[in-house]
Ligand binder design. Sequence first.
Ligand code: ZN
Length: 493
Amino acid sequence: MAEEDTKGITISKDKDFSAWYSQVVQKAELADIRFGIQGFLVHRPWGFMIIRKIYEYLEQAVEAQGHLPFLFPIAVKEADLQKEKEHAGFSPEVFWVESAGSKKMEERFALRPTGEAQIYPLYSLWFRSHNELPFKGYQSRISVYRNEMTTRPFLRGREFLFFETHDVFNTHEEALDQIQQDLATCENVIREKLKIPFLYFKRPDWDRFKGADATYSPDTIMPDGKKIQLASTHDLGTNFSKAYTIQVLGKDEKKHYVWQTCFGPGIWRSMAALIGIHGDDQGLILPFAIAPLQIVIVPVTFTDKKDVTEKIVKVGQKLEAQLSKVGYRVKFDNGPDTPGAKYNHWELHGVPLRIELGPKEVARRACSLVCRTEKKRIPVALTAVEKDIKKHAKMLDEALEKRATAYFKHNTRSADLFADLKKLLHQHRGFVKSPFCSVHKEGEACADKLQKETEGAVVCGTLYPQEEKVKSGQQCIMCGKAAKHLVYIAKTY
Ligand SMILES: [Zn+2]
């Protein structure tokens, strides 16, 4: 195999999504899986710059809602973790630090599996009066640790990237309003910036976070038909304020337990969805807002014509400076590779727009613009280049959105009979909307049966905030009792 071939993607996304995904992760230099400790991933510069953009947009979105940043240590006290387990029933596989050097620790501590058990003990010290609320805090660009047995880049790891808000209110109404704002953050970042379509579900009771009164999540479908949860937001009620004694003095001069919410967009999962949903057989495709590099300028030079080459380089450098000045992330790639190798390299990395500068173009005071999605060469006068970049960036984003939405709609179907559900899950996978007896405790047996008889399909939940109405006569797809809800069912990671 020639050197050129080994650099590119050699597997078709449609034929073998899982193998294609692994190739893109490695060949587009998103992550390195050779660190040598299972489940610990190295984020390479290109991948980490994409992730940093996701973080930036999330930080902007939550700060616009009044959230303040804080940073807690990586450690959690055993007693605080125990409280979460006793009161909220949440007990993930935790890593313990038991010794330092040759000495055993006097008191072992855990690596945080999530933030509640480390943040809420401090919240119980921070707030005294209802006047201090609401308080909205968040931490960003951190990792959490759980001993996962099977791991995959950006899907599951023993260490994974995290972002979490933890909000405290005087009333349940304010907490519920925050849930709406969390949904708005998902719209703003996941749909608008990442161009990933999703449905927002209220989870069935058996599938909510153990310490929450209700859990909501935006879910999307990956190209292999499995659903992936992109975030979760929890109405914690007063469960944690009771567990960690977070109380404030109300207007009535009495102590009240506070109402809490927390919101955790999946940084890794958003990355996995971005790779999987937009990529093609040439590699990654990045929406304009997310791309670490939005425009690459490639000189098409001939070594035997030195004066022409110099002219092209000069025009290229000038164009790079001009576009950078108006705020684009742009690079003039004047490296030693051939133009063709550069095209392949930047296509593999998903750069949205490419500008080609050859002798003919430069003589005409023009360039060629190539979109990562269309790959047609569009001649553009250098005087019009800013206007055309703006236009084509928008067109690229719209094309990505349209394609993702079409796939999403095509793979969201309905079934009223179990035989049809089974067939749909097998043939098309994706979401299937079906009537269901109950999303509360009494429906759990039907959900268990569903999982067993469909090789792992789960009830994602009911649509939120507008639950769809059941038609009269519709029966639970599992037990045949009168259906109370329309739920969405899908196979999952
Ligand atoms: Zn049922």
